[in-house]
Design a protein around this ligand. Structure first.
Ligand SMILES: C[S@@+](CC[C@H](N)C(=O)[O-])C[C@H]1O[C@@H](n2cnc3c(N)ncnc32)[C@H](O)[C@@H]1O
Length: 197
């Protein structure tokens, strides 16, 4: 059934409409606040698969020009309503893989539970697309979900597969455990920063 595939927006529309969003942090993770304090110069940032887009306001408050995108129309409607003006207009309805982003290439792509929402077969293309949306020296940073269990979403990234996936385009410059993950990700998320090579 098409509706049951996480690579389709309808899969996510159904969950947002039903209020079933166990991945939602409900705010801004502590490690992102620390990252923003450490990067006061700001820049342009893309938040792919943004869901409710809580982080957009944190980036904007820290002086960044943020673009959020989600292909679920229901998620985008709920994000725009929650965020209000002027942030709502920075939430695009579109597909990360195909949307024509006005601000591209970005200085930063911020990841949280988008990567693990996609079936593993899409990962290589996802990393290629992220690399395409950044310039050499720019950063892919955020929360990555690790494990070896099969199935999903969330689809865990096997630590053994991680180097080969990112090495063609990125160098990992920071890798830390995360203390404030929601229950479904507890102990399995890592904050990572990767530089576009
Ligand atoms: C698990 S949710 C995470 C939402 C948000 N990042 C958060 O941390 O709460 C995954 C999101 O990715 C979106 N998504 C999945 N594939 C996408 C794609 N190709 N383009 C844009 N959004 C996508 C889904 O609609 C969903 O809102």
């Amino acid at each position: 059934m098409e509706e049951s595939q996480p690579s389709r927006p309808e899969f996510w529309d159904t969950r947002y409409a039903a209020g079933q969003t166990p991945w939602d942090f409900g705010g801004v993770p502590r490690r992102l606040h620390e990252f923003l304090q450490a990067h006061p110069a700001g820049g342009t940032v893309l938040i792919p698969g943004c869901g409710f887009g809580h982080e957009l306001t944190a980036f904007a408050a820290a002086g960044w020009r943020a673009t959020a995108v989600d292909f679920s129309r229901t998620a985008v409607e709920q994000a725009r309503t929650r965020l209000g003006a002027p942030h709502a207009e920075r939430v695009m309805h579109g597909d990360f893989f195909h949307h024509d982003f006005a601000d591209a290439p970005f200085d930063l792509i911020y990841e949280r539970t988008f990567f693990c929402a996609l079936p593993p077969a899409q990962r290589t293309v996802l990393v290629q697309r992220a690399a395409h949306l950044l310039k050499p020296g720019d950063t892919l940073a955020g929360f990555f979900y690790y494990g070896t269990e099969p199935g999903g979403p969330p689809y865990a990234l096997d630590p053994a597969a991680e180097p080969a996936l990112f090495r063609p385009h990125f160098v990992t410059v920071r890798d830390e455990p995360v203390a404030d993950s929601p229950p479904m990700f507890a102990g399995k998320e890592r904050w990572q920063e990767r530089r576009r090579s």
